[in-house]
Design a protein around this ligand. Sequence first.
Ligand SMILES: [Zn+2]
Ligand SMILES: [Zn+2]
Length: 247
Amino acid sequence: MRLTIMGCGDAFGAGGSLQTSFHVRSRASTFLIDCGASSLIGMRRLGFQPNDIDTVFVTHLHGDHFGGLPWLLVDALYLSNRTRPLVVTGPKGIAARFEMAAEALYPNITTVVRGFDLSFIEYEERKPLDIGGVTVTPFEVKHPSGAPPYALRFELEGKVLAFTGDTGWVEALCQVARGADLLISECFQYDVSLAIHLDYLTIDANYQRLGAKRVLLTHMGEAMLAAAGNVDSSRYLIAHDGMTLEL
Ligand SMILES: [Zn+2]
Ligand SMILES: [Zn+2]
């Protein structure tokens, strides 16, 4: 499968990066992991077609992770003339939060007759979901966002791709990451330990316990970007928009 980083930024535009969204093209399906507000822009930059997306897996309900969904709908209705179904997975209440966001931005957009099915599936703690040839297991983490936030562990094509989402350190991350071919870890801070975000020193102190084969750092704030020269390159890859990885 091919993973492309459409956006690796935080909520504050650090480094000029687009907001969080990862594009995965696999044999069975094409999907996004998170869909920050700038995701449609990221797709256009990289030449991806919105109509190719089968599933959007959302980690938590902050705008820099799910705020791009209204623009996917606008595009599907008025430009791409979508006909194939779109499935969105996320925390409990995601359909209502999506409707609130979409209606605030484009009144009546959610009641326009659609030529495609748009469905929402809510996570249940540690219950695997099988969608489009992908098995995803959600693990609740720590990041207040009006609904439970999750780290996600994807299994497809015999590989494991793990993503922390946004979170303070929780032991569940070791289960999410164990043996993963790639762990995508948020790394908002360098040496400031927060209850709701990860920092490089905490990640590195737990590197062996996480036990992933490769670790990609993303969602870096300005302080982390300024300290990026201190990152151990034998352990970590540093994300940038447009980067691709084969898994
Ligand atoms: Zn975020
Ligand atoms: Zn967040």
